[in-house]
Unconditional design. Structure first.
Length: 324
């Protein structure tokens, strides 16, 4: 009984200052260009297409559906030299990422609907032998009911020790970043009803832990300030089979606590075609469980998210899960 009372008090304290709906994804690590513009183009493949759909059921009988689509392209400035029939590729210490972000929100309250369109650009350069810094910006336009304006987002990312196998959730083993969104807007007022995005300051980070060859763990976090404090803290676990025998290989399982008064459970799997040069489709689902039964003040009843990622995939006959 004492333990239940303590847990209940902790959740109440964590949620005490929350009075409005948070504008962010539970799968924040799968919403890179909404997390930090400097993440644009941080991928091993040349390009990727991603879509994240969110549904939230509010306490006032309203429903909100948000869909964000991303396209990214990695522009490498490598130099190809052909000397006497020998082709040599010289790797440069910098590259560029270009992307497009389209976010649409629908609601049973028409005043809460809006759309955002951004162009995302980032520049990445090495810092020493194993580290990297990235800066990014997103100019864009927001429009909704009686609301039209130009907007700007900026971000910075530091990474150490590049992951050479997969970079869906993060590109480096140690990755941390800071971003500022909606710079031309004010912070949200402390009101009960919030319909549109406002200025947000965000911190995020993650660390790759490899305790066993086929298992990877990433403890990660997200913090948002928009005149109130929101955070998302937990981990994602990946399981890799030894070889690519089937039409699917990597599975994931995630667990995160949100101070909106929810526990977020997630899981996913990657599928791909039979050819050597093919396309991979990575899927992830998540559900936000309401912690109101512990006495926590919650911003919404419950919600779920669906993530879909499409990238090119090159397979080789190797027992190494990375194809080396």
């Amino acid at each position: 009984m004492l333990k239940q009372t303590i847990f209940g008090l902790v959740f109440i304290l964590l949620s005490e200052l929350l009075h409005a709906q948070a504008h962010h994804y539970s799968q924040f690590y799968n919403s890179e260009l909404k997390l930090n513009p400097a993440l644009t183009g941080l991928l091993q493949e040349k390009w990727r297409v991603k879509d994240v759909f969110q549904y939230r059921n509010l306490h006032n009988q309203q429903q909100i559906r948000t869909n964000t689509a991303f396209f990214e392209y990695r522009w490498q400035f490598d130099k190809i030299r052909n000397n006497y029939g020998l082709v040599v590729e010289e790797k440069r210490n910098f590259f560029m990422g270009i992307g497009i972000v389209d976010e649409r929100r629908w609601s049973s309250n028409t005043a809460a609907a809006f759309a955002l369109d951004y162009l995302s650009v980032a520049f990445h350069t090495k810092l020493g032998k194993k580290s990297n810094i990235s800066i990014g910006l997103q100019p864009g336009y927001e429009y909704g009911a009686n609301r039209h304006f130009f907007d700007m987002n900026v971000g910075f990312v530091f990474g150490h020790k590049e992951i050479f196998c997969w970079q869906e959730d993060q590109f480096f083993k140690y990755q941390f970043g800071f971003s500022a969104y909606h710079l031309f807007q004010d912070f949200h007022p402390q009101t009960a009803e919030i319909y549109f995005p406002a200025r947000q300051l965000q911190l995020h980070g993650g660390v790759l832990i490899e305790p066993v060859n086929q298992f990877n763990f990433i403890p990660n976090f997200e913090y948002i300030y928009d005149s109130q404090h929101f955070y998302n803290l937990g981990f994602t676990m990946f399981f890799f089979p030894i070889v690519h025998y089937n039409n699917y290989d990597r599975s994931r399982l995630g667990f995160h606590y949100k101070n909106t008064g929810h526990l977020c459970f997630s899981g996913g799997l990657r599928f791909f075609g039979a050819e050597k040069n093919t396309i991979s489709v990575d899927c992830a689902l998540s559900y936000d469980m309401n912690l109101g039964f512990l006495g926590a003040e919650t911003l919404y009843k419950d919600g779920f998210e669906v993530m879909l990622l499409i990238t090119p995939l090159y397979k080789c006959w190797s027992i190494d899960r990375c194809g080396n």
